[in-house]
Design a protein around this ligand. Sequence first.
Ligand code: CAO
Length: 416
Amino acid sequence: MTKALEGVRILDMTHVQSGPTCTQLLAWFGADVIKVERPGVGDATRGQLRDIPDVDSLYFTMLNHNKRSITLNTKDDKGKEIFVKLIEKCDVMVENFAPGALDRMGFSWERIQEINPRMIYASIKGFGPGDYEDCKVYENVAQCAGGSASTTGEAGGIPMVTGAQIGDSGTGLHLALGIVTALYHREQSGKGQRVECAMQDGVLNLCRVKLRDQQRLAHGPLREYVHFSRGMDFGEATPRAGNDSGGGQPGRILKCKGWENDPDAYTYFITQAAVWKNVCDVIGKPEWKENADYATPEARLPHLDKVFEAIEAWTMTKTKFEVMELCNPLNIPVGPILSMKEIAEDPALRKTGTVVEIDHPERGSYLSVGNPIKLSDSPSDVERSPLLGEHTDEILKDVVGLSDEEIKAAKEEGAV
Ligand code: CAO
């Protein structure tokens, strides 16, 4: 079986998290990803949050699988010459530097097009064109600017960021789609194009139901929000709503057996209208099936606190897995709150390759998240991340076309 992106060569100028998640996805699908790093320095994440001294951090290793690493000083004259050759030989260039960094190096989009008109040039920035276009941005800034933080957190509490890296990894995922779309378009047009993704936009795209609710608010209270049943003020903007379900079926996080000692002994429980009668039976409230205050979804909305109190009285007598076992056959949607420890040890996730154990020459074995996107005819094995400059010589020789003497000279000059 061939890999879906075999034959596509990516010039990977990305660093930290957002860009590397994008190029890692492309690498998993078989693209040859050449990660360009500053000589002697490399991607800053190699040295961040280290758990083992002097060894590439998990932060780096888990974001840079299946790539090759070349060190190259793209500010040095010789380095620039080599960089031009790499641009000629690659299909896609990806970067997430602070705004203007590549232009300052002398590689504007216009210049890149001159060098290689088929090049797809993909960038992540914090913001799109406008007042903030020059700002540097990290994950949590994007979550705040994209509407996620203002709509996450307890009702009446402070804004919260989420543990899911929707600003970095979320935008990387968006960019990867932009790149394969541009590659597909190039098949017909023969030309490359610019692909841009702002982290603020990526976060907002993932928060679109909250913009939906902003507009619904103009027409009355959001009746499924906890504010409605508790008589709380909604204010002018979509409020934070704790763990209320974002969809039309009310749901909450409820305690399960053992919650006093286990911080993750909880379940998410959705009172889907279609299975309401099953919910009543399983929690021992069959009388609610006919009671005018509880029988219909509309009637239940002002009483959601009471509904979930009764469900929780039942879930607290069961473990989160027992809740799942009892509710699933009745088609009641529930989800155990899984800790990272439980996920790391889950045999089903190991079997599908979503959690993988990788061997690294310097750190030994570690766990990582494999490709969550499964293609039936394109395998995607996870290979360890490269050491800094591990593939410099082979890339200079095989891709750039330098002789051994030229490689030696470039090294002496400090270009690689
Ligand atoms: N050779 C020579 N110079 C290189 C180089 C190489 N191979 N690779 C990078 N550099 C230089 C850049 O040209 C830049 O130099 P100038 O500032 O002189 O132009 C410099 O290294 C640092 O780049 P940077 O400004 O992007 O890095 P930073 O650590 O200061 O900022 C970040 C990091 C993430 C805030 C910024 O890159 C950014 O805002 N990126 C866009 C948004 C983004 O992706 N954020 C998510 C990051 S993950 O949380």
